[in-house]
Design a protein around this ligand. Structure first.
Ligand SMILES: C[S@@+](CC[C@H](N)C(=O)[O-])C[C@H]1O[C@@H](n2cnc3c(N)ncnc32)[C@H](O)[C@@H]1O
Length: 606
């Protein structure tokens, strides 16, 4: 199909044709799952077209400028004018996979959205599915005015035949970076997906951000990241990792701002922005961003944080212990927020239901807690604790009478599922009955012989709820003094970097550059170079320098009494799970950055 194409690479597979199509469609629908340069994609058009031998050349010749803004009808007209015989639109990318014997091909047009729009421009990509031949060809937009387009800049095809999945390319050298990426990253993932695909599973897509427009999300996220992200990371006075917290809260704020904007449009509330209360607001950054973006609101937490003093007085934060009871309701609130709200998590829908007939909530659960503050016990042992708890939280939302939407956020945390209680399933006059149902449900969750209060009691819905104290509980040595640990990691890395050892690495654009890998020193040499006070503190808290360095294997390599910086590891070198959720230490701290490109590194580059 792809004329004059060269075979780039081929990999054996046990996948059937149906499994191959499932994997190819997943790559087509959610390319950001593999391509870390992408934030997501928007399907602009999917049509059935009549096969013709020169179809790909014809498509490659098309001038697609202005197509990303065009309507579906206008796009179909453009295709027809170019000589493409369009049979009709199709919603499903897999629509010809099972039955098509060559009567039609499926042509799609997508807009690919870059994660970082300073480095890459949005790009149009066409995909042509040849169901009978087991081949899909991708034609990316090669343009890009100031920055290059995020599309793969040459045509490439994926082909399933004779127990192999192959990648074909055209108009490119096989050593070109993107070609190597297709071979080393795309192909192995595709084969894995295809081999593991469940036949019969239709329309694969990993839906995240399903309640907001992805393109607007990306634009607003980049804007807020610039506006709050860098500055906050610099001044962060807490012992927690600033990158994780700042970018996570920027992402959650982006999401909420768009959900609320959509709600205002839907309800015709354009003159008033929603008022929110964040229960268990922690560092208060989410409250700060939402307030700065024009939403009046309040953050409550049992414990004050140092950073609270750095916000302007317009950011309203209060120390308050929330005990679920009649006096802990928020009748003025349009929205309640429970962002990783720990023990308060199951209570958020209850408090929203009781606060006012119009109160809505956003809930992003993290650790699993019951109504009485005890750890939630898994009910279905065939599922993970997290997924079991998510089902439980959803059932709480439903008992509380909410029409609840479930979505997945794009945040550094691995706990990404959120619940949005938009509206009630009952009329205001049935509120009392719902109260009783909620009370019965809460009662059914506790030990049978304890005395519980009624919903309207001022002491609490449930006398068993014990709010946490206002002092942070330190549980083990690794949590004792994160500042001290981070200081020592930073000092040791500087000592090693001062023993310059430059190695040559290829940069993203293929140019060679030098990267300081630092020296290799005896542990006692490093200990002597560290301030005595720090070492003394460390001895008191953990077992010593060697343990600390060994506990940071992503930064240091410790062996035979020596320490050196680790050479950043590729994703393919690491077998354990979870590494992609951690930030890359080198990307953030090394003066030359990480030596690996974003896509290759085993850890996250933000
Ligand atoms: C895991 S932290 C999350 C903080 C913040 N929402 C975030 O995501 O960064 C949970 C927060 O809930 C607060 N919290 C727990 N129980 C509370 C209660 N009964 N009343 C007020 N705050 C509470 C804790 O102090 C803590 O700051």
């Amino acid at each position: 199909m792809l004329k004059n194409a060269m075979l780039l690479s081929s990999s054996p597979t046990t996948a059937t044709r149906e499994q191959f199509w499932w994997a190819a469609a997943l790559w087509h629908n959610s390319p950001h799952l593999i391509n870390r340069r992408l934030y997501g994609s928007i399907l602009l058009l999917s049509v059935r077209v009549v096969p013709r031998p020169d179809l790909l050349s014809l498509l490659a010749e098309l001038n697609a400028s202005g197509w990303s803004e065009a309507s579906r009808d206008a796009l179909v007209t453009q295709l027809k004018q170019a000589g493409v015989e369009v049979l009709g639109t199709s919603d499903l990318v897999l629509d010809g996979a099972a039955t098509n014997t060559g009567t039609f091909l499926t042509l799609t047009l997508k807009l690919l959205l870059p994660r970082n729009d300073d480095k890459f421009a949005k790009g149009l990509e066409m995909a042509l599915f040849d169901w009978a031949a087991g081949q899909v060809t991708f034609l990316g937009d090669r343009s890009g005015a100031e920055v290059p387009s995020v599309c793969v800049s040459f045509p490439y095809g994926l082909h399933h035949e004779d127990g192999n999945i192959s990648v074909y390319v055209r108009d490119v050298s096989l050593e070109e970076r993107s070609a190597v990426w297709l071979k080393e990253h795309l192909l192995p993932r595709l084969v894995k997906w295809a081999d593991l695909a469940t036949p019969g599973q239709s329309s694969p897509s990993a839906t995240s951000l399903s309640l907001v427009p992805v393109q607007e999300y990306n634009t607003l996220y980049q804007h807020l990241k610039k506006k709050y992200g860098k500055e906050m990371v610099k001044i962060w006075p807490e012992v927690t990792d600033p990158h994780k917290f700042v970018y996570e809260d920027v992402a959650i704020a982006t999401y909420l701002l768009l959900v609320w904007e959509k709600e205002r449009e839907h309800k015709g509330l354009m003159d008033r922005k929603q008022y929110f209360v964040d229960l268990g607001c922690g560092n208060g950054l989410l409250v700060h961003i939402l307030t700065q973006e024009g939403h009046p609101g309040l953050g409550l937490d049992v414990r004050r944080r140092r950073i609270w003093d750095m916000y302007p007085s317009s950011t309203k934060l209060e120390v308050r212990t929330i005990t679920p009871c009649a006096s802990s309701l928020f009748p003025q609130a349009d929205w309640l927020i429970g962002n990783h709200s720990d023990e308060l998590t199951p209570w958020i829908p209850v408090i929203a239901a009781r606060s006012s007939p119009s109160c809505r909530f956003f809930l992003l659960p993290c650790c699993a807690y019951e109504f009485d503050g005890s750890k939630y016990q898994r009910e279905n042992s065939s599922r993970s604790l997290y997924s079991d708890y998510m089902s439980y939280v959803l059932s709480v939302c439903e008992v509380c009478g909410f029409t609840t939407s479930v979505d997945r956020l794009r945040i550094p945390s691995t706990k990404r599922i959120c619940f949005i209680g938009y509206k009630r399933r009952y009329d205001a006059d049935r509120a009392e009955k719902t109260d009783r149902t909620i009370q019965e449900f809460i009662n059914s969750r506790g030990s049978k012989n304890k005395v519980r209060n009624s919903l309207t009691s001022s002491e609490g819905y449930w006398s068993e709820f014990k709010p946490r104290g206002d002092k942070e509980v330190v549980r083990n040595c690794t949590q004792l003094d994160k500042c001290l640990l981070e200081d020592i990691v930073s000092l040791v890395s500087r000592i090693l970097l001062n023993k310059h050892r430059n190695i040559s690495v290829a940069s993203i654009d293929g140019e060679e550059r030098m990267w300081n890998a630092g020296g290799c020193l005896m542990l006692n040499e490093v200990a002597q170079a560290l301030p005595r006070e720090k070492l003394k503190h460390l001895k008191k808290q953990c077992s010593g320098l060697q343990t600390l360095l060994k506990n940071h294997p992503w930064v240091f390599k410790v062996e035979q009494g020596t320490v050196q910086l680790r050479i950043p590891r590729r994703r393919s070198d690491i077998t354990g799970t979870g590494c992609r959720t951690k930030l890359c230490w080198f990307h953030v701290n090394h003066p030359d950055g990480c030596l690996l490109p974003d896509d290759d590194c085993a850890y996250q580059h933000l």
